[in-house]
Design a protein. Structure first.
Length: 95
């Protein structure tokens, strides 16, 4: 499998895991473009930006941050996502 295919597969699995954190799938209002996966840290750790329906749903659930972990081999990809509720004080875990 080509490197580009593995990256696409990894991003797809991360988006799917995030959709599950939000309690929705991609059959209804949620669109793939509602979840943006960035590799912004020097370590390569992915960071998540939620847009449109995904952001609205996260706000409804009071999910302030979403963390993702991913591991992949040439034929296997595993992604795990955790949503953290925003702190009641409003100072921590903001979207």
């Amino acid at each position: 499998m080509a490197a580009d295919s593995r990256v696409t597969m990894a991003a797809t699995h991360m988006c799917s895991a995030i959709a599950k954190v939000l309690g929705v799938g991609f059959m209804g209002k949620m669109k793939w473009r509602d979840i943006e996966v960035l590799r912004s840290l020097p370590s390569g750790k992915p960071s998540i930006l939620l847009h449109h329906f995904a952001r609205t749903r996260a706000e409804e659930l009071k999910v302030g941050t979403v963390e993702v972990s991913i591991s992949h081999q040439p034929t296997v990809v595993v992604a795990f996502a955790v949503g953290e509720r925003a702190c009641a004080c409003g100072l921590h875990g903001e979207l």
